[in-house]
Write a protein that binds this ligand. Structure first.
Ligand code: NAI
Length: 473
């Protein structure tokens, strides 16, 4: 057993850990990144990237089916699910392979091993190939161990009938009927994907609305689309279990005080994720862990134990890859002795449904709960020339401003390319922009981004391509 001395050790090569390791290398810190599985974590291997590959392929399939109005005919488009999975896996392989190259290129050591704390500054590395264990002694240790899907009573994952997001992403056949337990981000993204590939979809959501936390009007646009495509969404429906009956799965849910049954072929359970804070000796470090397993950190992402930091899903909501990466980079700068702190004003949130939903900053309800009087500007895609030209006119851009001074508090977009359009809003909010800053910025024509400009103008009573509810001054 050899002892390796490093200035910094990062545990976990997901979207929190690997950018941290790269930035440490860039800053000249002698660092090591340790990962027991494949590099890239949930995002690259079994989350953001593979799901977006399937979603974009499905979108193309759907467009091909509905292109007659544009004068295009492709015969009867067909899905080869096995080939779609091969294509998806190719993308994942390319990206995960790139992670190691980037880490090593930045000068950080990459090691495939299982890490376990011996105390606050010593970590044991166990190798799967039988190589003798090593001990790493490091002044700074970053925990980036991520999260796992939550399993609820009555729905043990067997990855045949009861799927988590990982096994759903690997389906090699399209189920005829899918029940999604949980009308959150994963349930709707993956549920709608399989619906658009041909499955009959039933969403069971325990709360009174889907996509809790997302602007309600935006969520309703997606709910309408799912129903228009023949799917069912049951809110106030708490799934309590399932049984195998006559060759099918029957899900039971409490709806309005009664138990209702939903027959199906597969059940996707997406009821949230839990932090991975056990199984690697965290209890030997003295790091404070909440009852729900999250690690508490300060604005420099340091735990209560000096020299131990945590980033990404393990520190709590929102569990988003881009939040984790940002935190990883902040920690690297802290370790390198910079005065950086984690002071983001906003973290964009995107739901890759059809249409997409993207938001940055506060909803009206959140702003008002903070005691702010709000004003709303809105521009629908149905009057956008570009949206018509791409045949995707459903949705709108909504800008929430402070009624006192027109400062942009939040932007909520549901519609085509919302995931890309939101970055302008993110920058605006981060820089403390006013509605006027967006309204007076010349946007290129004809683009979807004009809708963001028009929504800002609408908030000021100055929209050109839609009637104004507010009087311009
Ligand atoms: P979620 O928290 O978004 O939604 C889970 C839903 O399940 C909740 O609405 C909850 O009320 C409901 N639920 C819980 N128990 C239930 C029951 N027994 N019956 C019916 N409904 C029940 O969790 P989800 O979708 O699993 O996603 C986990 C995390 O992954 C999210 O917090 C998100 O941060 C992240 N993620 C982000 C994506 C993105 O940025 N596009 C994509 C996928 C995941």
């Amino acid at each position: 057993m050899a002892t390796i001395k490093k200035k910094a050790l990062v545990i976990g090569a997901g979207t929190g850990g690997y950018p941290c390791a790269i930035r440490l290398g860039q800053l000249g810190v002698d660092a090591m990144l340790v990962e027991k599985d494949k590099p890239g974590g949930v995002c690259l291997n079994v989350g953001c990237i593979p799901s977006k590959a399937l979603i974009s392929a499905t979108k193309l399939y759907h467009k091909a089916q509905h292109a007659k109005d544009m004068g295009l005919s492709f015969g009867q488009p067909a899905v080869d699910m096995v080939q779609m999975q091969v294509w998806k896996s190719g993308i994942v392989k390319k990206l995960t392979g790139g992670v190691q190259t980037l880490v090593k290129g930045a000068g950080t050591t990459y090691v495939k091993a299982t890490a376990e704390f011996l105390d606050a500054h010593r970590v044991k590395l166990t190798y799967s190939d039988g190589k003798p264990e090593d001990i790493v002694e490091a002044e700074h240790i970053v925990i980036a161990t991520g999260s796992l899907p939550i399993e609820i009573p009555g729905f043990k994952f067997d990855h045949k009938r009861v799927l988590d997001s990982t096994s759903a992403l690997d389906l090699a056949t399209i189920p005829k009927r899918m029940v999604c337990v949980g009308g959150g981000i994963i349930g709707l993204e993956l549920g709608q994907t399989f619906q658009r590939l041909g499955a009959q979809l039933v969403v069971l959501e325990g709360l009174t609305r889907i996509l809790n936390g997302v602007d309600l009007e935006c969520a309703e646009v997606v709910a309408r689309q799912i129903k228009k495509d023949g799917g069912q969404i049951h809110t106030g429906a708490k799934a309590i279990g399932w049984e195998e009956r006559n060759g099918e799965a029957v899900v039971k849910a409490e709806v309005g005080g009664k138990v209702v049954e939903f027959p199906c072929d597969v059940i996707l359970v997406a009821v949230g994720r839990r932090p991975v804070s056990q199984g690697f000796g965290l209890d030997k470090t003295g790091v404070k862990v909440s009852q729900r397993g999250f690690i508490e950190v300060d604005s420099r992402l340091q735990t209560n134990v000096p020299g131990i930091y945590a980033v990404g899903d393990i520190v709590g909501q929102p569990m988003l890859a881009h939040k984790a990466s940002h935190e990883g980079e902040v920690v690297a700068e802290v370790i390198a002795g910079k005065k950086t702190i984690n002071d983001a004003r906003q973290i964009p949130n995107v739901v890759f449904t059809e249409p997409e939903i993207a938001s940055s900053g506060l909803t009206v309800e959140e702003a008002e709960a903070k005691g702010r009087k709000t004003n709303v500007g809105k521009f629908p895609f149905v009057v956008s020339g570009r949206a018509m030209a791409i045949g995707e006119t459903s949705g709108f851009v909504k800008i929430v401003t402070d009624a006192e001074d027109d400062r942009v508090l939040g932007v909520h977009i549901v519609g085509p390319e919302a995931s890309d359009l939101i970055s302008e809003a993110a920058l605006a909010i981060e820089m403390g922009a006013y509605a006027e800053d967006i309204a007076l910025t010349i946007h290129p024509h004809p683009t979807l981004s004009e809708a963001v400009m028009e929504a800002a103008k609408h908030a000021l009573g100055e929209a050109i391509h839609i009637g104004n509810t507010k009087r311009s001054h």
